[in-house]
Ligand binder design. Structure first.
Ligand code: FES
Length: 106
């Protein structure tokens, strides 16, 4: 697999508080713009593969729609259950496009 970065779409399609779902190589990702900054996390929950892009969000907290595991999108740490992690990816904008790079954590 190429290391990317992978183009998820135009910056204009990701307003403040919005999210973009797509693929970065062979992994599903979700990109969110919160307080003016971009965050990219794995699109599949580490529990049983729930679609994180369909989960509820409260601030930086993103919940899985299946069994409510929830994670801090800033660093992937879990609020519940403690000790779990969601993968975090490099993400940036260039020439009006949202680009996602490799997983940086965990
Ligand atoms: S699949 Fe996400 S909490 Fe179970």
């Amino acid at each position: 697999m190429s290391a990317g970065p992978f183009d998820l779409g135009p910056s204009a399609s990701l307003p403040e508080g919005g999210r973009l779902c797509g693929r970065a190589g062979d992994v599903e990702v979700v990109v969110l713009r919160l307080e003016g900054k971009l965050y990219a996390v794995d699109g599949l929950c580490p529990h049983r593969g729930g679609l994180m892009g369909q989960g509820d969000r409260d601030g930086f907290r993103l919940s899985c729609p299946l069994h409510a595991w929830c994670f801090d999108v800033r660093d992937g740490t879990a609020f519940f259950p403690r000790g779990q992690r969601l993968g975090v990816h490099e993400v940036f904008e260039r020439d009006g496009r949202v680009l996602v790079g490799p997983r940086v954590a965990p």
